[in-house]
Design a protein around this ligand. Structure first.
Ligand SMILES: [Zn+2]
Length: 82
């Protein structure tokens, strides 16, 4: 199976700064691998989408930013409303 590599710019989830990501996809378009190629950035592990953030942001900052950008995700510290 062959793969396709491409570089895509993604904005930091916290401050919007653009980081370059090397994206590797399989023939059928599935994401195989990705890594941040620009200095000062890192990938944020998220099962649903590709996210990046600057190295200087704490994981708490990043979690808050994700919750703000994608409301409706289950927040771990929110009590269950039933
Ligand atoms: Zn940032």
């Amino acid at each position: 199976m062959s793969t396709h590599k491409s570089v895509e710019p993604h904005g930091c989830i916290v401050c919007g700064r653009i980081h370059d990501l090397l994206i590797v996809r399989s023939d059928d378009g599935r994401l195989v691998d990705c890594s941040v190629t620009s200095p000062g950035g890192r990938q944020v592990t998220d099962p649903e989408r590709i996210l990046v953030a600057c190295d200087r942001h704490s994981s708490e900052e990043i979690e808050r930013a994700i919750a703000r950008h994608y409301p409706g995700r289950a927040a771990p510290d929110k009590p269950d409303e039933d």
